[in-house]
Write a new protein. Structure first.
Lengths: 106, 160
């Protein structure tokens, strides 16, 4: 097992998952048909988002791990830094979005 | 009352959700201490991270079940009709979605612990792993604080 490749694959997959959660959450709040589709998929919009985020993370990790790339130390550090930044940014964006949505700014 | 019915009851679900989250937060804080102090073997770091990942998954499942089955019908209406409906609209909505960041983050840190000290030093990942483990713990604590605000608001909503 190539551990460096597994780490960078997992980090990219986590970044993709965070971006997915932020986009699908905001999109579903602004689009009733999408939220209804998510509700109908599993019975609850949050359950659907949970299922899709887990599947996305798992599939993306496996696909990236099996893809032909060789991670170097610099790339690994950059990707983990990007994951840290994505986590902070994703948290801030969702907090600001729901605050703005509550005050009907959008 | 069988064991399944006990596990599905509201206070037990909330207790499991919070209890497992505390174990997850503590595990990643512990890992942070090991990484920062350069203490502990590779095996102990792998076990600590695995406990953290497992605990967060258990917290996610128990909290998710409570949220889907009980929150929407029993708690949300109380908060929405209370003096602080923003607690659902901002705090709960943010909490339930940022929780989805935790498992992919925790899994990534778990994979880093598989490297061992020498490889972690060679790849210069120790400092970043400290930050990532810290981010998981802070995210967990933030989610916990949000949960406290939500529970407190529901109690005030009932009283008011």
């Amino acid at each position: 097992m190539n551990k460096s490749k597994l780490i960078i694959s997992s980090a990219y997959a986590a970044i993709i998952t965070i971006i997915f959660v932020v986009i699908i959450t905001i999109w579903a709040e602004l689009s009733a048909p999408l939220k209804d589709w998510l509700k109908n998929f599993s019975g609850h919009h949050w359950t659907s988002k949970s299922i899709f985020s887990v599947l996305l993370y798992a599939v993306a990790t496996v696909v990236l791990y099996l893809s032909p790339h060789t991670p170097d130390a610099g790339r690994l550090k950059k990707t983990l830094g990007l994951l840290l930044a994505s986590t902070v940014l994703g948290t801030v964006i969702l907090t600001l979005f729901f605050t703005g949505h509550h005050f009907q700014l959008f | 009352m069988d064991i399944v019915a006990i596990l599905q009851s509201k206070p037990v679900l909330i207790g499991l959700h919070l209890g497992f989250a505390i174990i997850g937060i503590d595990a990643f804080l512990w890992l942070l201490g090991k990484l920062k102090g350069d203490g502990g073997s590779r095996k102990s770091m792998v076990i600590t991270a695995a406990i953290g990942v497992g605990a967060f998954i258990a917290s996610w499942l128990s909290g998710g079940y409570y949220y889907v089955v009980y929150y929407g019908t029993l708690v949300k209406p109380i908060i929405k009709s209370s003096v602080a409906p923003w607690v659902h609209n901002i705090i709960m909505e943010t909490k339930e979605h940022i929780f989805l960041f935790v498992i992919p983050l925790a899994m990534t840190v778990f994979f880093i612990t598989l490297l061992g000290k020498e490889d972690m030093e060679r790849l210069k990942l120790r400092s970043l792993t400290v930050w990532l483990a810290g981010a998981i713990a802070v995210l967990g604590l933030l989610i916990g604080a949000m949960g406290f605000i939500i529970s407190a608001t529901a109690r005030w909503g009932v009283i008011n």
